[in-house]
Design a binder for this molecule. Structure first.
Ligand code: CTP
Ligand code: CA
Length: 227
């Protein structure tokens, strides 16, 4: 008979996590990026490993160390992140905690752009990056059994999160208010709302490590027992 370890509900599962910002080069010395410490995503990867999963963490440029027992793939750009995610498939659960830059310079200059003293600024043409979460959630063959996205919002948190759930094809959106006064960006704590087709469950503010542990166990509880 199988014995189930309640502390390791993800034993035998492969969990894929994205974390951190992406950097989109303008020229050899400049880039476009999102604000993201990577803390919440790294904490989720660590918590999934502690819950018994095999974990692949695809991380944008952050200074955080590899969590114990996690296979970490370090990337720079959104396109690199998508490629690393695709390479890591198949996965049972995919959690997209990265703050991906929505746009990248249409052209990366091979030489440093220079001020010429005239006050004329170079035009910055941008193009949209691939949506990694939406791409993976809409896969025909290799779609992970559970697809979890984040929605970092400053306004209309629930409205925006519900829209993202539908538009991106995710099973769960973890919504949080990242207005500057909340201190979530870069801070150690987070207040999250779990948005699914069934409704919204709001959790009190807690440390990001605690959010990660609870989230991993909550997600594990939503995996079908036969999966
Ligand atoms: N995401 C992604 N790839 C992108 C943009 C976003 O995988 N190119 C993922 C994020 O990791 C997150 C979710 O999509 O899980 C929502 O990201 P967010 O930036 O809030 O949504 P956007 O669709 O980019 O909308 P906006 O930035 O305009 O709010
Ligand atoms: Ca975005």
């Amino acid at each position: 008979t199988d014995t189930v370890d309640a502390t390791k509900p993800l034993t035998g599962k492969h969990v894929l996590v994205t974390a951190g910002p992406t950097h989109e080069p303008i020229d050899p010395v400049r880039y476009i990026a999102n604000r993201s410490s990577g803390k919440q995503g790294f904490a989720i990867a660590a918590a999934a490993a502690a819950a018994g999963a095999r974990v692949t963490l695809v991380a944008g440029p952050v200074g955080l160390p590899d969590p114990d027992g996690v296979a970490v793939r370090r990337v720079e750009t959104a396109r690199d992140m998508l490629a690393a995610v695709e390479t890591a498939l198949p996965a049972d659960i995919a959690i997209f905690a990265a703050a991906v830059a929505d746009w990248r310079p249409a052209q990366e200059a091979t030489s440093k752009l220079k001020k010429d003293g005239s006050g004329v600024v170079p035009p910055l043409h941008v193009t949209e990056n691939p949506d990694i979460l939406a791409t993976i959630a809409h896969l025909k063959d290799q779609r992970p059994g559970l697809v979890v996205g984040f929605a970092a919002e400053t306004d209309d948190v629930f409205e925006n999160a519900k829209k993202k759930l539908g538009r991106k094809g995710a099973d769960i959106i973890v919504a949080n208010d990242v207005s500057p006064e909340t201190g979530v960006m870069g801070g150690g704590a987070n207040t999250v709302h779990l948005v699914t087709a069934e409704g919204i469950e709001s959790w009190p503010q807690m440390p990001k490590d605690e959010v990660a542990r609870r989230l991993v166990h909550w997600i594990a509880g939503r995996l079908s027992p036969t999966a």
